[in-house]
Design a protein around this ligand. Structure first.
Ligand code: AMP
Length: 279
């Protein structure tokens, strides 16, 4: 696997591959790789001639400085995992490669995506996500972009960014990979103590509870039941939401519309999110 640290060099490699009509798959990450990330690499390998993974812990998307400082970094292990998965190129830029001194900060029109759920609880987060993904897509003009449904709202934000900036790329949203007990894999899980890890599984349990009990009609008591389960496990709940696939809230279910359940909750200062199609 080639490791490339310079933006200019990375662009030149991609451009020459595109000229040779090669299909390029791209998986942007913040590292501390797990099976969720590697499933995206494998999907890209199936559908492209070249697969590029980037590892960049983007400072501009962290609204909480301590979350940024404590974000896990396991680069040696990541390189080994990527090599084993057959990734062709790792783009490993420094902050100045992504944000050079002449970098012009844009503001992206994200509409309500920025004011609901993750947008509401993490002010500025999605602007930071757009900034980095926009820059990465300018450097790596890939054919296919692979994202995880684990970050449901982020997938919608990135689709909106691609539309706004007319990036000629096809977005693929891939299923959430889970631990044996159902906990969604996340780089932040590394930070959980064994006792916290046991409690963290209640996120997926709350979603499964909703999936099992959802009925046409008012959804308020079901949301309360799921919230109670999280609180009983000592989590601090940012939200438990039931929405349609466009993330519009559903207080009342008609029994037909597909329903997405979304949860964000913290165990001490470790914030976890999960979502599931519950109906
Ligand atoms: P991150 O390193 O957390 O920024 O994630 C990089 C990419 O991996 C994003 O598209 C995530 O949605 C995706 N991802 C993270 N966790 C999972 C998971 N458990 N299953 C599938 N994809 C995931």
């Amino acid at each position: 696997m080639l490791i490339c640290r310079l933006s200019n060099k990375m662009s030149a490699i991609v451009d020459s591959q595109r000229k040779m009509e090669q299909k390029i798959g791209f998986v942007p990450t913040m590292g501390a790789l797990h099976e969720g990330h590697l499933s995206l690499i494998r999907q890209s390998k199936k559908e492209n001639d070249q697969t590029i993974c980037s590892i960049f812990v983007n400072p501009t998307q962290f609204n909480n400085p301590s979350d940024f400082e404590k974000y896990p970094i396991t680069i040696e292990k990541d390189i080994m995992a990527l090599e084993e998965a057959g990734c062709d190129i790792l783009f490993l830029p420094s902050v100045t490669e992504i944000y050079p001194s002449d970098f012009k900060k844009e503001t992206y029109s994200l509409g309500t995506l920025e004011t609901i759920l993750e947008g509401k609880h993490r002010p500025g987060h999605f602007q930071g996500v757009c900034q980095v993904v926009d820059r990465l897509l300018c450097i790596i003009s890939c054919t296919n972009l692979y994202l995880g449904r684990k970050d449901y709202q982020q997938c919608m934000v990135i689709r909106q960014l691609i539309h706004l900036r007319s990036h000629p790329v096809i977005v693929h949203t891939c299923e959430t990979i889970r631990e044996k007990d159902g906990l969604a894999m996340s780089s932040r899980n590394i930070r959980l103590s064994p006792a916290e890890r046991e409690k963290a599984v209640c996120l997926v349990e709350a979603l499964r509870l909703i999936q099992k009990n959802i009925q046409a009609g008012n959804l308020t008591s079901l949301i309360q039941e799921a919230t109670s389960l999280l609180l009983a496990n000592g989590l601090v709940v940012d939200y438990v939401a039931l929405t349609n696939q466009q993330l519009e809230p559903l207080d009342h279910w008609d029994g037909h519309t597909p329903v997405v359940g979304l949860i964000a909750a913290s165990i001490h200062d470790i914030r976890l999110i999960d979502n599931m199609i519950v109906a």
